[in-house]
Design a protein around this ligand. Structure first.
Ligand code: CS2
Length: 482
């Protein structure tokens, strides 16, 4: 135990004045966006300190406040080595449910020129199958009636309303979540919500606001208590909120920020290694299908086969062959890669990243919120393959794996802790359906996830895959399709 080590604290380096509010202060943003912004400031200057906002719990704030919001990024190398780096760009952390007024006040300050978001797929309160705002979502219903919001779209809209009323320019909304055309998606949600509150506001946001799309990539497993202890032994100080990540990182950003701020509209992200491009869509497609699509496939099927992490899963030759087959036969043929990208080299690099044994990225963690992830990660690829007359046996098996997983019982008969905003509905549907065909049919009927066309075309192959999974288990089913 290293309880006696001194607590991590801020260095003497000058503190950046806040220019960014970040909604959804999880490990990913702290290991990713914050690192780019800090490097950009170090290289090119500017007032780009970050005020983090937790939309749910006070835990991160409570851990970070006693160490003045400084924390360690622990980069985990494949050979077991770890590089420690302290990040000081975070200025403050607010907890929205405790004090939504304080969050809105910060977001309305004209010194804040960008609001970044990592609120996860479900944080946009949209319908994953269509990308449209879900007006029946309890937080959206609340935010339509109340000036102090709960949801991420609600905070964006109410803060933009205050800025317009005060005569300030809007902030740029920079989403960093793994959603297709994420900039367009958040713009649509904001305009829809704003239009229902005040049509003039929606018009103003539509004309003045900017919502660049981004592709974000860095594998960031959740920090465990033993990581905190290990770090304390190694670093000689105690950090209650370190974040762990792989060495790799890639940020592709559409260079479209609020013009009213001129050269001060954004940090010099390019200097920090971000790729500033005119159109992110091909990069998003590549990343969502190649990385997240196989991540989720390995998560459901690997979990069912008894594998704890992604590295464990791909160390199993059956799954290594399976994931390579997915890339080669089902995913790469389904989309056009960005110009100049060698897609086979990209796949090979992904395999090496997954194999990094130092990264203990649990299949259970990636399996979370599948109802929000499947459309952009897997279903679009399957649909494109069907249209082109190509088979998708592996990806269909992955969807069947998800169906089996959300049933809540693993192959040994033990319960699975299923985390998903639709978990109750999913379990209920599976529980009341009798036969395998009925189970598959009842999940395919969920229009939040599957389009009617997908439901129709997938009913037979999915029922077959689901039956095989129940009969032969995940590992042998994976071998069968490879
Ligand atoms: C993962 C992603 O948890 C998940 O669903 O697939 O968070 C993944 O690790 C990142 O997108 C990598 O950039």
């Amino acid at each position: 135990m290293h309880a006696d080590s001194p607590r991590l604290n801020r260095s003497q380096a000058p503190r950046s004045k806040p220019g960014i509010v970040h909604l959804g202060l999880g490990a990913f943003f702290r290991a990713f966006g914050a690192v780019y912004v800090e490097n950009a400031v170090r290289i090119s200057g500017g007032d780009w300190g970050i005020v983090g906002v937790s939309l749910q719990s006070a835990d991160t704030r409570n851990r970070l406040m006693p160490q003045d919001f400084v924390y360690t990024v622990v980069t985990q190398e494949p050979d077991g080595g770890e590089t420690l780096h302290t990040v000081e760009i975070l200025d403050d952390v607010l907890v929205a449910p405790e004090d939504p007024e304080a969050v809105l006040a910060r977001m309305s300050d004209p010194a804040i020129r960008i609001v970044t978001l990592t609120v996860t797929e479900k944080g946009y309160c949209h319908d994953p199958a269509t990308g449209m705002l879900n007006l029946a979502h309890p937080d959206i219903m609340h935010d339509l009636e109340n000036a102090l919001p709960k949801s991420a779209p609600g905070f964006l809209v109410r803060a933009l309303q205050r800025r317009r009323d005060a005569g300030h320019p809007p902030f740029t909304v920079l989403t960093c979540d793994n959603l297709p055309e994420n900039g367009r998606l958040v713009r649509r949600a904001v305009l829809d919500l704003a239009g229902r509150i005040d049509p003039g506001l929606a018009e103003w946001i539509g004309a003045e606001g900017r919502f660049p799309a981004t592709m974000v990539d860095r594998i960031t497993p959740a920090t465990k208590p033993e990581d905190i202890e290990r770090l304390a032994g190694k670093a000689g100080y105690r950090d209650e909120a370190p974040v762990l990540c792989e060495p790799f990182r890639q940020w592709v950003v559409e260079d479209d920020f609020v013009p009213a701020y001129g050269a001060d509209a954004r940090p010099n992200l390019a200097a920090a290694g971000a790729e500033m491009v005119a159109d992110v869509t091909p990069y998003e497609n590549m990343k969502l299908r190649m990385l997240n699509g196989t991540h989720s496939s390995l998560a459901y099927l690997g979990y069912l086969a008894g594998h704890e992490t992604i590295a464990d899963t791909v160390a199993d030759p059956a799954f290594a062959d399976f994931v390579k087959m997915l890339w080669r036969d089902e995913i790469i043929p389904s989309f056009a890669p960005p110009e100049g990208v060698d897609i086979q080299a990209y796949a090979d690099a992904l395999f090496d990243r997954y194999s990094n044994p130092s990264i203990r990225h649990r299949t259970w963690q990636i399996a979370m919120d599948g109802s929000q992830k499947l459309p952009q990660r897997i279903l679009g690829t399957i649909t494109d393959n069907l249209d082109a007359g190509r088979a998708s046996r592996g990806l269909v098996l992955a969807v069947a794996g998800w169906m089996r997983y959300v049933g809540g019982i693993d192959e040994k008969g033990d319960p699975i802790d299923v985390k998903d905003p639709l978990a109750d509905k999913l379990r209920e549907r599976l529980g009341t359906a009798g036969s395998i065909d009925r189970k598959v049919e009842s999940l395919l009927a969920m229009r939040e996830i599957f389009s009617s066309g997908q439901a129709e075309r997938l009913a037979t192959p999915l029922a077959q895959a689901y039956a095989t999974l129940c009969e032969r288990g995940a590992r042998r089913s994976v071998e069968d399709v490879t």
